[in-house]
Design a protein around this ligand. Structure first.
Ligand SMILES: *[C@@H]1O[C@H](CO)[C@@H](O)[C@H](O)[C@H]1NC(C)=O
Ligand SMILES: *[C@@H]1O[C@H](CO)[C@@H](O)[C@H](O)[C@H]1NC(C)=O
Ligand SMILES: *[C@@H]1O[C@H](CO)[C@@H](O)[C@H](O)[C@H]1NC(C)=O
Ligand SMILES: *[C@@H]1O[C@H](CO)[C@@H](O)[C@H](O)[C@H]1NC(C)=O
Ligand SMILES: *[C@@H]1O[C@H](CO)[C@@H](O)[C@H](O)[C@H]1NC(C)=O
Ligand SMILES: *[C@@H]1O[C@H](CO)[C@@H](O)[C@H](O)[C@H]1NC(C)=O
Ligand SMILES: *[C@@H]1O[C@H](CO)[C@@H](O)[C@H](O)[C@H]1NC(C)=O
Length: 214
């Protein structure tokens, strides 16, 4: 059976389109489809509205990125080519290194997909109105070192899985001061977790049981 020429043409055209427009980086897809909607909550957030593929990645607020080869993306404002480079968000080698949105008026929840940001080292989300629980998935993140959730409205118990972050001595700081967390403060689950690099652990001003309130 002969293939009609118009079909071949359509097919070739389709292939050309899909190969010239590379897909966005996995982390960018997560940021736009999961993390932004979850963190911002029911209303649009002014700061998070900068996370938009029609805005160059360097102008997305609160992010630091690194390439698979270890080079950090430098975003010097205005004059540098990186600042206005619209193709950066489509670079599959780009990974999120840190998410820094303190005092950003966030009123949503912590999305479990934070775990899937393979190179994410720090999460600075203090002084917001983030509600709900700390997802246990966070403890399975491959590179998280610094977690700052102080002064939010987080409730429920702290998942024991956070101590997994002590494996390979990654965890450096964990701050949840000033939330509505309850239950008991979890004990390290792994007998050999040394947490050798842990320097700051702040569980203060929550609703934990077995802790004297001052
Ligand atoms: C991204 O920005 C464009 C142009 O400002 C706007 O029309 C669009 O609605 C924005 N998309 C999202 C998802 O916010
Ligand atoms: C790493 O990759 C980025 C983006 O592809 C590139 O700009 C940079 O020059 C590379 N660095 C090294 C040391 O190869
Ligand atoms: C642009 O980013 C690359 C890494 O991708 C970095 O090596 C370079 O210094 C940056 N350029 C400027 C002018 O900031
Ligand atoms: C903070 O968010 C609330 C809605 O949750 C909104 O009414 C208020 O205008 C926002 N404030 C700022 C400074 O963006
Ligand atoms: C946490 O707060 C939410 C509302 O933000 C509520 O629905 C939920 O039941 C609370 N969970 C606990 C364990 O208190
Ligand atoms: C732990 O801290 C030591 C000393 O500061 C450092 O050499 C090591 O790389 C750290 N480990 C990790 C996994 O960051
Ligand atoms: C924990 O450490 C002890 C003694 O150092 C060792 O015998 C044991 O196999 C370790 N357990 C695990 C799960 O690594």
């Amino acid at each position: 059976m002969a293939v009609p020429p118009w079909l071949l043409l359509t097919f070739t055209f389709f292939l050309t389109i899909t190969t010239t427009h590379s897909t966005p980086s996995d982390d960018v897809v997560l940021l736009l489809t999961k993390i932004k909607p979850s963190l911002q909550g029911p209303t649009q957030n002014r700061i998070l509205s900068s996370w938009n593929t029609s805005v160059p990645l360097c102008q997305w607020q609160g992010l630091k990125s690194v390439f698979t080869n270890g080079t950090q993306l430098i975003c010097t404002p205005s004059s540098s080519p990186n600042w206005s480079d619209l193709s950066l968000s489509k670079n599959p080698a780009l990974h999120l290194l840190s998410l820094q949105l303190p005092s950003a008026n966030l009123s949503g929840n912590l999305p479990p997909e934070l775990r899937d940001l393979s190179n994410l080292q720090s999460l600075y989300l203090s002084f917001n109105s983030i509600m709900g629980s700390i997802p246990l998935e966070l403890g399975y993140s491959s590179s998280l070192q610094d977690i700052h959730f102080s002064y939010n409205l987080l409730n429920g118990s702290v998942p024991v899985s956070v101590w997994n972050l002590c494996d390979n001595n990654k965890l450096v700081s964990f701050r949840v001061h000033g939330n509505l967390l309850s239950g008991s403060i979890p004990k390290p689950g792994l007998p050999n977790a040394s947490c050798a690099n842990l320097t700051v652990l702040d569980f203060g001003r929550n609703l934990f049981t077995g802790v004297k309130r001052v």
